[in-house]
Design a protein around this ligand. Sequence first.
Ligand SMILES: Nc1nc2c(ncn2[C@@H]2O[C@H](COP(=O)(O)OP(=O)(O)O)[C@@H](O)[C@H]2O)c(=O)[nH]1
Ligand SMILES: [Mg+2]
Length: 268
Amino acid sequence: MASKSTSDSNLRTVVLFGTTGVGKSSIINMLPSSGVKEHAVVENAAGGVTKTCSKFCKEVEDQQYLVFDTPGTGETEQGNVPTHTAIDLFYKLLIAQPRVDLVVLVMRAGRITKMEENNYNLIKILCGDEVPVALAVTHLDDEEGDINTWWERQPAALKKHFKFCEHACLVGLLEHPEYDASKAKVEALLTKGTADTGNGWSVEKKPWFGMFLDSVKQLVSRDQSKEKLHAKLGKLLDEYGVDGKKAKSFMKKLANMIIKPNDTNNPC
Ligand SMILES: Nc1nc2c(ncn2[C@@H]2O[C@H](COP(=O)(O)OP(=O)(O)O)[C@@H](O)[C@H]2O)c(=O)[nH]1
Ligand SMILES: [Mg+2]
């Protein structure tokens, strides 16, 4: 759930979220900076990866934006930022903002997996239906035909689950001929996606969510079967006072995301 923000600032807040390597930081770098130009760390051969939430001041058509880059989900326990840590950082970022106007879910074309669905579900669990969610699809460099219709051309079963206020189909590679057009599309995504948000939204603090993630962190570091882990997490949610129906749906939607991705039973 989220409630209307009482923020009197005209500064709009946009948060990017998605799996590691989909192109979140590259999208941030497409947007014109207001003030000092800073670059988001883009993953490279040397292993550059976004490890914390970073804030960037951007400006599009005289509108100022605070745009947040976040660590990606999908990394294992041994990775730079394990998934439960990425979720924890995302949640803390959302609740710390006086207003959130738009969450942009970034996906990579051709690699839409269970993880992308989990990311979408997580945004909905944390923000409720109030905060608008936009889609940015990257890695459309080799797409034949009109890249702008990529999302419309996806199977109905895939699109059924996701409800986006806006979407943009992009190429985030600097040297690619589609790069300039993609920049314009990212700007339009922010402008249109935040056009009707008023003062934005305050994301509700869920007292059980932080404790749940702390417990997950302890549990996943031990070698446990998925069933055992599910049972323990279910019990925890019960102890935290999350009602049965909500806990069940929460477990179904989120637990796969934080269980070790190399677990063979994990559909991610
Ligand atoms: N081919 C291709 N590479 C991209 C595209 N967007 C980003 N990349 C590359 O994908 C890698 C991961 O990008 P990055 O922005 O760091 O992803 P993040 O982990 O989501 O922040 C980098 O090497 C980028 O240069 C794209 O549209 N096409
Ligand atoms: Mg990054």
